[in-house]
Design a protein around this ligand. Structure first.
Ligand SMILES: Nc1nc2c(ncn2[C@@H]2O[C@H](COP(=O)(O)OP(=O)(O)OP(=O)(O)O)[C@@H](O)[C@H]2O)c(=O)[nH]1
Ligand SMILES: [Mg+2]
Length: 384
């Protein structure tokens, strides 16, 4: 992964994702500077703000002795998580510390966090609200604290191995050994970047407790939408593409049967109804899988019309093969028609998923993720 153009290799980069945190930037930089006195460190703000946060960062950079950089993203891909990953890409340091920009994460414990990582030899040192003396007291309201602890328990239950040593996979405060990460593997979205990192990489974890404080100034960006995004992230991390593909397959099968029932009910011929229903479902499934299953791979593979005709051809061949097999299973082996249909559908489902993943949506070449961020970083370097 390429370091930021002109970026200097430090021992530590403190990555701070910011969205409209203007009043918090100055106080935060002052506290980080005190905490990291004598350490070869830089602060990197990865900013998607629409307010004057970039100016606040420029002011703080002039006042500080510690190097302060700004990576402002005009196109904020992946929200908070995307910002953190872009920060990791733009850092050349051995250790990256990730923390919020609103002072809910106390900068004074950064040295202890780094020391925990270094002395244990772990890849990630997590500042946890749920170990030892840690606490989430700064989360506004009982409901948010409850949601946080319930979703943490649920998440750990879903990843019993990868999260075995991490009591707080939802924290936004951690230090990571930059070389231990495969950034190309991450699909950053939403708020939970540590979960994405730990679920997709085989990493060793150590923890220290911390008290999640109250927001210093500015407004919270936490919302219901993020709650849904979190559930989508969790499902996707745990069950992957295949579960979304299966959901669309089941939905398609229901639409198919409903259409057959409707058309034959209205007096259409059986064969015509089956054919119209099959073609409609094939078309609908293509549109749904483009949007919900293979969205991230669309631009890396072949053209839309190529994908369309490959999918249509495959599904029609699939239908043409499946029907005679059902007839054979029923007529010669005396299987029930429903069982024979179900078995061929399951086999066809697995074959179709393999075909789509391996052929239709196969990337033509591995795109270097660093490319995008390098452009953005250049813009930033000018801004600071
Ligand atoms: N770059 C970037 N930063 C973001 C985005 N959304 C939130 N942030 C930053 O991520 C950090 C965490 O967001 P907060 O709104 O404080 O979320 P929270 O701490 O769960 O919520 P509060 O307890 O209400 O503060 C802050 O520094 C935000 O400015 C985003 O879309 N892009
Ligand atoms: Mg906050």
């Amino acid at each position: 992964m390429a370091p930021a153009p002109g970026g200097v290799r430090h021992a530590v980069t403190v990555i701070v994702p910011t969205f409209n945190e203007s009043p918090n930037v100055g106080p935060l930089v002052e506290l980080i500077e005190i905490a990291l006195a004598g350490v070869d460190a830089e602060v990197l703000f990865v900013d998607d703000s629409t307010d004057d946060t970039p100016e606040a960062v420029a002011r703080a950079a002039r006042a500080a002795r510690i190097p302060v950089r700004l990576l402002h993203r005009d196109e904020p891909v992946g929200g908070l998580s995307g910002a953190v990953v872009d920060g990791l890409v733009a850092s050349a340091s051995t250790w990256c510390v990730v923390m919020d920009g609103d002072l809910q994460h106390p900068p004074e414990i950064i040295p202890a966090l780094l020391e925990a990582g270094r002395s244990s030899g772990a890849d990630v040192a997590v500042a946890s609200r749920y170990t030892g003396d840690g606490s989430s007291v700064g989360l506004a309201g009982v409901v948010r604290r409850l949601v946080s602890s319930v979703s943490t328990t649920l998440t750990r239950a879903m990843f019993p191995v990868r999260l075995a040593d991490c009591t707080d996979p939802m924290t936004g405060f951690f230090a990571v050994r930059r070389d231990a990460l495969d950034l190309d593997e991450l699909h950053p979205r939403g708020f939970k970047v540590l979960l994405e990192i730990l679920a997709r990489n085989q990493l060793t974890v150590t923890e220290i407790p911390f008290v999640f404080g109250e927001r210093h100034a500015g407004e919270s960006k936490a919302s219901f939408a993020q709650g849904f995004q979190f559930l989508a992230q969790l499902t996707s991390l745990r069950f992957g593409r295949m579960s979304r593909f299966a959901a669309i397959g089941v939905f398609g099968a229901l639409v198919n049967l409903t259409l057959v029932a409707l058309m034959t009910g209205l007096g259409a011929g059986y064969v015509a109804a089956v054919l119209v229903a099959a073609e409609t479902t094939i078309l609908m499934n293509f549109l749904l899988q483009e949007r919900f299953v293979f969205r991230d791979l669309r631009h890396e593979g072949r053209s839309t019309s190529h994908r369309f005709w490959q999918s249509i051809a495959f599904n029609n061949v699939d239908t043409a093969i499946r029907l005679p097999i059902v007839v054979v299973l029923v007529a010669t082996l005396h299987w029930a028609a429903v069982l024979a249909t179900a078995v061929t559908l399951v086999v066809a489902f697995l074959a179709r998923f393999a075909f789509l993943s391996r052929i239709v949506y196969r990337p033509r070449s591995r795109r270097p993720v660093a490319g995008e961020s390098e452009t953005e970083t250049v813009a930033v370097e000018r801004a600071t």
